[in-house]
Design a binder for this molecule. Structure first.
Ligand SMILES: [Zn+2]
Ligand SMILES: [Zn+2]
Length: 214
């Protein structure tokens, strides 16, 4: 999907530059494109479709990748130029913008994060260079079709910009571990109870009681 014809660049002198500006749907294994999902849930529906056991597990594990998917909610805006090198082509991504919807890792409510990624570049070689410093960063021109595939390059860069801990807001209160309610919207009784309970205020008292029982 992210393949560009570089025929006219390859045939030019070293230093020749050709720029493309495109809007493309973004879909990687880690990110689904919302246009591909027929019943893409609206933000409010999304909170309702989750069932309680799911939310509870989620708040305890922190492993958000297993629970909810990440969606691209805008096309990917890409400005890329291809510059002829003696032994290949340098792909310079000058602009890369996309809006992604992440599930908050505390309250699992989806929120949108707009990524505006700083310029980055990668070399696409005609033949394998003699000295390979970083194999992950080495790409090749499809010599048969005279194209370059930017998929891996774009995917790597976008994944690097994923938040380590996606949060709808820094002050997100998360879900109540007892009743599962979103504590940003509701003040549940159990929250109140757990905060003032002797258990949480005197953790050592419980141990003392245990020991004295023997
Ligand atoms: Zn949240
Ligand atoms: Zn509660």
């Amino acid at each position: 999907m992210y393949t560009f014809d570089v025929r006219n660049v390859i045939n030019q002198a070293t230093g020749y530059k050709d720029t493309h500006t495109v809007d493309l749907p973004l879909a990687f294994p880690e990110v689904r494109n919302f246009t591909e999902v027929k019943d893409f849930p609206q933000t409010e529906d999304f909170t309702e479709i989750k069932n309680f056991s799911e939310t509870k597990d989620f708040s305890q594990t922190d492993d958000f990748s297993k629970t909810k998917e990440i969606f691209a909610v805008s096309p990917m805006h890409l400005e890329v130029s291809f510059r002829k090198l003696p032994d290949g082509i340098n792909a310079e991504v000058e602009k890369l913008q996309v809006s992604l919807q992440f599930p908050c890792s505390r309250c699992i409510t989806p929120y949108v994060l707009s990524l505006d990624i700083k310029p980055f570049e990668a070399c696409f070689y005609i033949n394998a260079p003699q000295e390979i410093l970083d194999e992950a960063g080495i790409f090749f021109i499809d010599k048969k079709r005279l194209t370059v595939d930017l998929s891996d390059m774009l995917r790597q860069e976008i994944l690097l910009h994923f938040p380590l801990v996606p949060l709808c807001s820094k002050s997100c209160k998360g879900l109540c571990v007892t009743c599962g309610k979103n504590r940003n919207h509701t003040k549940c009784r159990c929250t109140h109870k757990s905060v003032t309970s002797s258990d949480s205020q005197q953790p050592f008292q419980n141990i003392k009681n245990l020991i004295s029982g023997y």
